[in-house]
Design a protein around this ligand. Structure first.
Ligand SMILES: [Zn+2]
Length: 275
């Protein structure tokens, strides 16, 4: 691994929640331990008129896309950064498995506080963005894959859940919901890169195809949202849960504290209404 950021530059994955809450002027979940990301707040200050808040939020959450894959594909890094220029180096939590990491990302709480400390998918009892946004009357949607972590651990909130079998369906139903209903906070998940990494390795042809699909999906939905959400101040984030490493048997895995598993990038885009 050879990323340009210093290890001390990396922010905890828990910082996403207080950042989006602060930008939207929604209260921060009770168990959140991290301050908001200064780099993102500074960007918002440059782009939004003073006192304006973010009105629409789209979070694209592709499973297992770590820094290692961006290092090998700078042309795709460039494409994502053209859409979402604020690149935040992020260190995820341990163990680096999906329910632990998304549990922390969307509650702002560390695993010892939110309670998921291994690969298991109980419904989280701590507060999350899926509590505080609907509480503040922001219609909220999670669009994901049947029985994946994100489909299970945030249940029993007053939000919309759409669950499908394949990434292509997830994205299509996300767009359908966005078009037909007035959601303010949307999370759209993708499983393909993770699935193919486990099966064939993180740099296999199959995994790369899924990674390219993630980049294409984010870039294309960002362009689409520029039209749909033109009249709103908006925030888009490309926010994976953890990375992955190649295993000696030609497969891939994660869950350890290897840099390949722990270090990821989150990419933020803020746009002013009318732009
Ligand atoms: Zn996985």
């Amino acid at each position: 691994m050879n990323f340009p950021e210093k290890l001390s530059d990396f922010k905890c994955v828990t910082a996403l929640t207080p950042t989006i809450c602060t930008l939207a002027n929604v209260r921060i979940p009770a168990q959140c331990t991290e301050p908001p990301l200064e780099a993102v707040l500074n960007e918002a200050e440059k782009i939004l008129p003073a006192g304006d808040k973010v009105e629409k939020i789209f979070l694209y959450a592709p499973d297992a896309v770590g820094i290692h894959i961006w290092e090998r594909h700078p042309e795709h890094l460039k494409r994502v950064q053209e859409v979402a220029p604020v690149r935040i180096p992020v260190k995820t939590v341990m163990p680096s498995v999906t329910p632990v990491c998304f549990g922390s990302m969307f509650s702002g709480a560390t695993p010892d506080i939110h309670g998921i400390q291994k690969y298991e998918k109980p419904v989280l009892t701590v507060e999350t963005i899926f509590n505080v946004f609907p509480e503040d009357n922001h219609p909220t949607l999670i669009s994901s894959v049947n029985n994946c972590s994100i489909d299970c651990i945030f249940r029993r909130r007053p939000i919309t859940y759409i669950s499908n079998q394949e990434d292509e369906q997830v994205l299509a139903y996300t767009k359908l919901a966005l078009q037909n209903f007035n959601y303010d906070l949307v999370v759209s998940y993708s499983t393909g890169y993770d699935k193919n990494t486990h099966a064939f390795g993180p740099f296999s042809e199959e995994a790369l195809k899924a990674f390219y699909y993630n980049v294409d999906s984010f870039v294309s939905i960002a362009g689409w949202l520029d039209t749909l959400w033109k009249d709103y101040n908006r925030l888009l984030v490309f926010c994976p849960d953890h990375g992955a490493h190649a295993t000696s048997d030609n497969h891939g895995g994660h869950g350890t504290d290897m840099p390949e598993d722990l270090y990821i990038y989150h990419f933020y885009s803020i746009k002013k209404k009318g732009k």
